[in-house]
Ligand binder design. Structure first.
Ligand SMILES: *Cc1c(COP(=O)(O)O)cnc(C)c1O
Length: 230
């Protein structure tokens, strides 16, 4: 891996611009007061650098690898809230169940059941999102939209998970179309399942996602600079 350098000033400047873009989009397309939260996606970013964002008014972090998270978590400031956003194998839930505020990447009944089981064993209720493969891409994780309702029905019967909403990574091309479809899907389900979170929008498409009603944008490279790998 090459050395990657980070500058606090650059992170601050990028965040300012992201906030301005979001505010402008909300002014144009959303009701007043309806603004999405910004998550700092911290994969591949050293924890000392991640800790800068707490001074800048962010406290929500997104991690996508169990091992990487474990190597960083003790250095994060205590006010950090952390969501797991990567592919999660059932046998790894036990390593993160007590450190996550939410698991956004639930894409099978089996995974949801394991989270429920371990949450119960640890005396907690875990917030989750169901990850939807809205573009039907072979290469992507997430449940297909036509199987989503069945899974929601089964998961909502479990006592130690709380379904907060949906998450997606749309296909890079035509992302606007898929963000719109995702918004429709969310609107069609949110009352029935008491959802309040639609997690969509990354560095390249967060403005469109905000236009389509995202409640949580996940920004990595747009905040910390380009990743050298992944
Ligand atoms: C890496 C990642 C992001 C952030 O991607 P950027 O393009 O760097 O903003 C968002 N969501 C998930 C699930 C990711 O894995």
């Amino acid at each position: 891996m090459q050395e990657r350098s980070f500058s606090r000033e650059a992170v601050q400047d990028r965040l300012k611009e992201i906030r301005e873009n979001i505010a402008e989009t909300c002014d144009k397309y959303r009701k007043s007061g309806d603004v999405p939260e910004i998550m700092a996606v911290t994969k591949t970013v050293p924890p000392e650098v991640v800790n800068w964002v707490f001074d800048m008014g962010l406290d929500l972090l997104g991690e996508n690898r169990v091992q990487e998270f474990q190597s960083k978590k003790d250095i994060y400031l205590p006010e950090a809230r952390v969501h797991f956003i990567g592919h999660l194998q059932t046998n790894k839930v036990k390593y993160i169940i007590n450190d996550m505020d939410m698991i956004q990447s639930v894409d099978s009944l089996k995974l949801g059941q394991e989270i429920d089981r371990l949450a119960a064993a640890n005396g907690k209720i875990m917030d989750i999102l169901c990850e939807v493969n809205i573009g039907g891409e072979e290469s992507k994780d997430g449940i297909s939209p036509d199987k989503l309702e069945d899974m929601l029905g089964e998961l909502s019967a479990l006592g130690h998970i709380n379904i907060r909403g949906l998450m997606t990574i749309p296909p890079p091309t035509d992302s606007d179309i898929f963000l719109g479809r995702m918004a429709e899907l969310y609107e069609s389900l949110k009352d029935k399942y008491s959802m309040d979170t639609l997690s969509m929008g990354m560095t390249h498409d967060y403005v469109q996602a905000v236009r389509h009603g995202s409640t949580l944008v996940r920004i990595g490279s747009g905040l910390f600079g380009a990743r050298i790998y992944t």
